[in-house]
Design a protein around this ligand. Structure first.
Ligand SMILES: [Zn+2]
Ligand SMILES: [Zn+2]
Length: 188
């Protein structure tokens, strides 16, 4: 996901250490195979956070709440998943001092940010990363439009939440299948 709304300039905020600013954005977001994507309609997911400057970077604290669109694993229809997630994260300002494990500061070392680290990049924090990480982690394990979703018919593919298709599905316990085969052979 790469929404321009979520690239926030913090240049002013960083000039004044320990100052804070509210940031909020409303987005229309779906959950895809590789994380979040922007759908571009009027959305219902809200990121509402305080940005707080410290000498080392920007603290982002607040909430992600509302609805993301995702696919039900049973019936494969899109549905709105409600979320309410607390956010507390730190965007580090790179190129400053590094404190080594002994607690001493080595300010002249060249620093490469770690791959999954949030950083302040040329005065900008990219909240796309944060939103993606928090939402993906905050999603329920069961992705169902409804606990009682009936899913799709194995025979004709009809959405059984909408209509009874009338197909007959033989329900054979896989553990009994060999026995069943044996019986069939005897009968035949
Ligand atoms: Zn469903
Ligand atoms: Zn059917």
């Amino acid at each position: 996901m790469n929404s321009r709304k979520l690239k926030v300039s913090v240049t002013n905020l960083m000039r004044k250490v320990f100052s804070r600013e509210r940031f909020s954005a409303v987005l229309d977001v779906g959950v895809g195979e590789h994380g979040l994507y922007e759908r571009g309609k009027d959305g219902d997911l809200k990121l509402d956070v305080w940005l707080e400057s410290s000498p080392d970077g920007i603290r982002v604290k607040g909430k992600v709440g509302g609805v993301v669109s995702m696919e039900c694993t049973r019936c494969l229809q899109d549905y709105g998943q409600e979320l309410d997630i607390d956010v507390d994260e730190f965007y580090r300002r790179p190129g400053l001092s590094i404190v080594n494990p002994e607690g001493r500061t080595a300010s002249h070392e060249i620093e490469v940010p770690e791959e999954d680290e949030y950083i302040v990049d040329e005065g900008i924090i990219d909240l796309n990363l944060l939103l993606n990480d928090y939402v993906m982690l905050g999603l329920p394990i069961k992705r169902l439009c409804d606990e009682l979703c009936k899913g799709l018919c194995e025979v004709c593919g009809a959405n059984l939440n909408e209509a009874e298709c009338g197909c007959v599905i033989e329900d054979i316990d896989p553990r009994l299948a060999p026995l069943r085969e044996l019986l069939d052979r005897k009968e035949g």
